[in-house]
Design a protein around this ligand. Sequence first.
Ligand SMILES: Nc1nc2c(c(=O)[nH]1)N[C@H]1C(S)=C(S)[C@@H](COP(=O)(O)O)O[C@H]1N2
Ligand SMILES: [Mo]
Length: 307
Amino acid sequence: MRKLTYSQVTPKADFLNRRQIIAGATGLGLASMFAEATQAKTLEYSKSKYKVDADITPKDAATTYNNYYEYGTGKADPVKYANVLTTDPWSVEVGGLVNNPGNYALEDILKDVDLEERIYRFRCVEAWSMVVPWIGFQLSDLIAKADPAGNAKYVAFETLNRPEEMPGMGWNSGFPWPYVEGLRLDEAMHPLTFMATGMYGEELPNQNGAPLRLVVPWKYGFKSIKSIVKITLTDSEPPTTWNRIADREYGFYSNVNPEVDHPRWSQASERPIGAGLFAGRIPTLKFNGYAEDVAGLYAGMDLHKQF
Ligand SMILES: Nc1nc2c(c(=O)[nH]1)N[C@H]1C(S)=C(S)[C@@H](COP(=O)(O)O)O[C@H]1N2
Ligand SMILES: [Mo]
């Protein structure tokens, strides 16, 4: 089990096991064991300053309806297969056009950041959506540590490339693995751009991109790349997996925009996942509801073309 500054962010069963061992060894009674277990719910992250005017998606829904093609193309595949991924030890290489490149153990990255909760809207390009309480830190903290060089303009991200623990890479061998994504440097430095290590008060489940994934709430979900091992600053626009697969359908920017339909379906509305059998579709918001914060990043760009 990884020792984090938020070591209490641990699946409850693990915690109880650990307590049981200690309780057994020291002769502590059941009562104090459960008192400790209750305390474990108090997690070491600051509560969200970021909220949305919508119900949080039930955890069961957000952790069982996933896109993670390294574990298959079905929504129920990642929860079935991603448990085989070894997420500890984990390191992230930060390099490219930076003055201070490094290969960091994840626990060292986490020592230097303040974990906080952020409740964000999450909108997949397939027109379904969720509201997720993530736990993590601002990507800008990590990039600042790397000290970008003056000519750095973009940030490229790469997912782990470990076919022996990612059976979907074989089932979809035609895909351009590993999964890669990218942002413009100013998008990456924006305060909303988040690196998640947890959700719903616990460590990130493997199917949601453990142990470290990007969350860019104003962009379609495929930009929010999972299980990141490499971050590279560049001077030109990096390739992105879905753009490579279908460039007419998935652009580099991919900001959520109800006014620009996907070539094969409307983006005007979305289906909230886990909202109940009779919940209807809801309107999709420009920049997924974050226009006030991020529209300025795209001043002068034709928003109808910059999908
Ligand atoms: N490495 C990797 N990252 C990925 C994907 C993927 O297939 N592989 N799918 C993307 C897509 S399309 C979406 S909608 C989100 C889904 O995140 P969730 O399963 O946590 O809801 O992850 C994104 N990140
Ligand atoms: Mo998606």
